[in-house]
Design a protein around this ligand. Sequence first.
Ligand SMILES: Cc1ncc(COP(=O)(O)O)c(C=O)c1O
Length: 428
Amino acid sequence: MLSAGRALSVHTAAARLPRSGQNPIPEIKLTTPTRKPIRLARRIREIQISPTLAVMNRAQKLAAKGIDVVDFGPGEPDFRTPRSISEAGKRAIDEGNTKYTNVLGTTALRSAIADRYKSRYGAHVAMENVIAGSGGKQELFNLMLALVSDGEEVIIPAPYWVSFPDQVAFAGGIPVFAKTEAAEGFRPRLDQIEAVATDRTRGVILNSPSNPTGAVIEEDELRRIVEWCAAREAFLVFDETYEFFVYDGHHHASAMQWFNDHPETVVAVNSMSKTFAMTGWRLGYAVGHRDIISAIGKIQSHSTSNPSSISQAAAVEAFHGHDDDVHRMYEAYCERREWLVPAINAIPGISCSAPDGAFYIFPSVSALFRGNVHDSTSFANFLLDEARVAVVPGTAFGGEGHVRISYATSMDRLREGVARMAAAVKKL
Ligand SMILES: Cc1ncc(COP(=O)(O)O)c(C=O)c1O
């Protein structure tokens, strides 16, 4: 326990850096030494601090010293939120639209989301099937708390987005990984999921397009997984945060296409963050069975309550006619991806296939491991020291031997970063 007068000082120098994109962890230092270790709850010990953040925090410290680091870490668009969406947020403030809303979100927003799922996927959903929260991350977290009981297993294809396993563990569940193959572009298959299923399996989390691999699941495979989950009375949480960023003729299939047949099974999670470059507005949502939605609404009512009324007003505007803005961002990602994939493959020892979607590549770097550079974390540290280039170690995503490179950055920075990487790896 902290005694009176022993203040906590939170050093957030790194947090003030522009475009961190990785939620830097504030360094917490006690102003006087502690006599006893702080007694923390068991659940906090179950959660890992991601190695992603450790490398990213180092990169941010270097940048804070004025060192020019090419940052391939951020998982956020480098574009500004489209102007008229921001204007809608400003209008909400000016018009006094700054009060609590319904815990699950405003009628206008929830109806707009339901309409979108009706028209995109033919799903029979209304606003009762929708909850808006402070980010897709929050709704994923709420879903695990609502659906997973102690000791139940949740299958997650690996490589996976960093928060999935910890969210399952926090809820008392056990994350179980279904390994996907680099040679198949990391696209998940039903047989990989079946291979790790047990009688304790409670559900599956799928993310397509995937962060970090960019894999987009095949439509037939997805249908089979939905049916398999339904037959076992398992849930399928389907995270389609990157739904609009799919390339080379690949097609985004959503598990919501089968919602009408399996409403107890499928829950979609989505976000304003990537589609509309709205990461800082903190707005995401879930769409599913109304009993699941009201269960997670109960959790939300005792934690954050409604997401920001201002962000909700901006999101309603986003859903009305901003396809051109999304397309403009999509075209920029296409151009960068087309340049980046061959440029990275031209560096001896680094190889990757062209990812189907999202805005990441996930190349293998294990052919370069030698001496002190023996895994993805030491490789990322080496790149930071030798090239002043920040990448995210694959181990954070259950993909050791790889690193994640985000191309949500300008062509100039991509060229600079790749040139530095090519020069640095010659020293290995
Ligand atoms: C796969 C995936 N799901 C969910 C999220 C959460 O996004 P947000 O909380 O910003 O809506 C992210 C963000 O990086 C992501 O990559």
